[in-house]
Every structure is written in structure tokens, then in C-alpha cells.
Design a protein around this ligand. Structure first.
Ligand SMILES: [Zn+2]
Length: 196
């Protein structure tokens, strides 16, 4: 469905007032770095499918949880201001998104972490077997690795193995054809032009 495949990046920005509907509030029941009062807003369907993924992963003894999902425009502004004051605008812009360019504002993007023997791992990398599982199975639940390693020049973002994006039904198509969301949208435009 169109609403889940929405493209947000440095070229397609969300405005200040964009606040998604159909969000639900969760409090992750995990120990570790997440404080008990940290609240996470997330798109309802995204949470439903995420929970199914987590259930399936459990069967393999893998444990995943959400560290971040929805981030409002004003929250992003605050973060950017904080880092500009701390390290200057050039450095800040290297790792903080300009408000409106982050798909976390859609509530369809998840930053997840791995829990192994009561320890949480936020810095996900290629050597982790949990990540290999996510990479090969997340599409079954409508998710994609949004910023793959070899496609930085297309997405405009560095490789982020911890960042998943819920895209719904098109996830299988993207996975099987090794496409980013940018490439998918480009393809769609091309098809429209041909059909005209
Ligand atoms: Zn993220």
C-alpha cells in the first residue's frame, strides 16, 4: 500500500506539521540501557509485524528489541541544535539528519538492538548471526534494510544495519530484486511514463 512505501530522504522531505496517524505507544519491557519511562511511538501495523518477526526470531534464540522509532520534527530540531552547539555545524551534519529528511518522522522506521546473554548490542554489524537472520528474513514481515552497504550513493545515507523500514507488501519484491526504496520509486515513475 502506498502509505507504507512513502519515500522520505534528503530530496523528499516531510514538513514541520507532518505527524503520522495510526500510531500506538509502547514501553519496551527490556532491561539494559533503555530506561523504564522511555516511551516509543510506532505505527500500529509496523508494531504488529515487528512482534511477529520477534516471535519467529525467538525460535532461533535470537532476541531483538526497538531502541527508537518515531521522532517528531521538533525533536529532530532539538537534536540538531544540540550537536551544532557541541561540535559545530559541519561535524553535526555528518551524523545528524536535517529535520524533515528522516523517515523516523513517519513512525515506519525502526532502530533495533540485539540482546545476547542479558547484554544489549546497539552497534549491529555484519559479523553478527542475528543480523544475518534479520537480513534474510525481515522482508517476510514487510521490512527492509533501508540503508544497505553498497547503496550509499543512492540512499544518501551511510550503511545502517540497525535501521529497518516497514514498507508492507512490497518488501519481498525489494528483497528479491535487491532494490532500495529510492530505486523502487524511480522504477514506478518510469512505468508510469511508459504507460502514458
Ligand atoms: Zn534509524
Amino acid at each position: 500500500m502506498e502509505k507504507y512505501s512513502k519515500l522520505v530522504n534528503k530530496d523528499y522531505r516531510l514538513n514541520k506539521n507532518y505527524r503520522p496517524s495510526n500510531m500506538i505507544l509502547i514501553e519496551p519491557k527490556v532491561k539494559g540501557n533503555i530506561s523504564a519511562n522511555r516511551k516509543i511511538w510506532i505505527n500500529k501495523e509496523t508494531l504488529k509485524k515487528w512482534n511477529l518477526l520477534v516471535e519467529e526470531a525467538k525460535k532461533e534464540n535470537y532476541s531483538f528489541a526497538i531502541s527508537s522509532c518515531y521522532r517528531s520534527y521538533s525533536y529532530q530540531e532539538k537534536v540538531l541544535k544540540y550537536y551544532i552547539a557541541k561540535e559545530g555545524i559541519t561535524e553535526a551534519l555528518k551524523h545528524v539528519a536535517i529535520p524533515g529528511t528522516s523517515e523516523h518522522q513517519t513512525s515506519l522506521a525502526i532502530d533495533y538492538f540485539i540482546t545476547r546473554e542479558n547484554k544489549n548490542y546497539y552497534d549491529i554489524n555484519d559479523t553478527m548471526e542475528e543480523y544475518a537472520w534479520i537480513k534474510n528474513n525481515c522482508y517476510k514481515y514487510g521490512f527492509i534494510i533501508r540503508y544497505p552497504k553498497d547503496k550509499e550513493y543512492i540512499t544518501g545515507y551511510i550503511y545502517e544495519p540497525w535501521h529497518l523500514r516497514f514498507v508492507g507488501d512490497i518488501a519481498s519484491y525489494l528483497y528479491q530484486n535487491n532494490l532500495t526504496l529510492e530505486e523502487y520509486h524511480k522504477e514506478k515513475i518510469k512505468v508510469k511514463e511508459i504507460c502514458r
